[in-house]
Design a protein around this ligand. Sequence first.
Ligand SMILES: [Zn+2]
Length: 457
Amino acid sequence: MYKDKLKPIAVLLLVLILFVGCQSPAVADISHEVSHEVSRIELNRIEEHMSILTSTKANGRLAGTEGNLYIENYLADEFLALGLVTPDFVTDYRHAFDMRIPMKQQASVLKLLNQETNETHTFRFGYDYMEFVSMNHFRSTGKVEGEFTLIEDPFALSDAPENHILVFNQSGIGHNSYKIFFDTIFSSGKRPKAVLFVNDNQNNGFYIGSPASLFLTGNDNINGPIVMSITSSTYEALKQVPQGTLTIDIDVELTEVTVNNIVGFLPGTVDEGYIICAHFDHLGDNLDGTVNTGALDNASGTAAMLEIARVLAETPNRELSYYFIAYNGEEAGLWGSEAFAKMGYVDPSAYKVVNLDMIGASDNIPLLIAATAEHSDAYASAFLEHIQRYGFEAERSYSGGSDHFPMEQEGFVAFGIIDFDTRYYHTPYDTTELAVDLERTKAIAEAVLDWVRTDQH
Ligand SMILES: [Zn+2]
């Protein structure tokens, strides 16, 4: 895909460079003249930002935690160093807003006791299972113990015992069927103590749900079941021990916090241009010795945004103006972008949006160009063609699962660029080493930089 396509282009460029004696490094798009600006995106600077965003000190950047605050300050310092201006509607680059976030109070527990041998097996959070606290009727705090029942067909509940721990072997419960799945359970009258269901990354391209995900409207129903997604290997392990009992213990509190988006402005000669944004928050510390570092999601987009900002800030004679926004609170439901868009300070008819969320996956998957509103369609489709000319395999997506969505809702023309690689998504595996191809992050940043140099789109 991307890499394969790059090879012939690189060879062509090399010929071109030798022929015309140009000393500029290669830009992947041969249909444009070799751009000095675009080639100034530096890999080592992206790498440096990545290492700070994924550092121990950042601790997974969960909104409302010290690690998140550390990165807020880092980003504001970077904006200052680049000479970005604080827009007059924020203070010291900081746009404060209130949000609710599920905050873990203790390490989660999922433990299997074999009654015959008295052996216990402790499953690993984020690797073998993950709790869901993102829907109204789920319990987010409490301990349950007891026998469990394995159920092959998630919609065939008639044989399931009441007040049990129910374990479903259904990998194919897609996003859209969640509601049907849980409605079926709740309407069955079985009142399970807990619901575990197979929902893993490796086997079906789907992912383990996160403790802080979309659709969070409240999770304080103490009568609801504890809900967890498990991998198919966890299911197999349970299957081996039919005489077993499970211990489940979680404590996730929905907490009110005040956090900041970091907003910088780079004025040109006209009051129009682009908003280039990326969320910097992630899912934080699991309190069991593992951290969701969120390298691809979304240290990658944040690092690329900073590097694009640097190159533009150092470009003389700019006509267009640019806002750079590092959004906070994205993972718990797009809080930062919604707060910003609703503030109404930036004119949606003057600034178009490029949202970077997970760019530079280590897997060769088609890059998604996501936009939900009809008024964004032509803009998103034009960018799709633009990035394809850069040698990327890319697809139009209509997903609203990132910060372009609230901005579109408030009238902005927007798209999100998303490398939706689900292999390590929202797990402690999302590290730079495993999940990110920084060369690809850089190449996407170059394509974006090229895109925002003119307002011809
Ligand atoms: Zn995420």
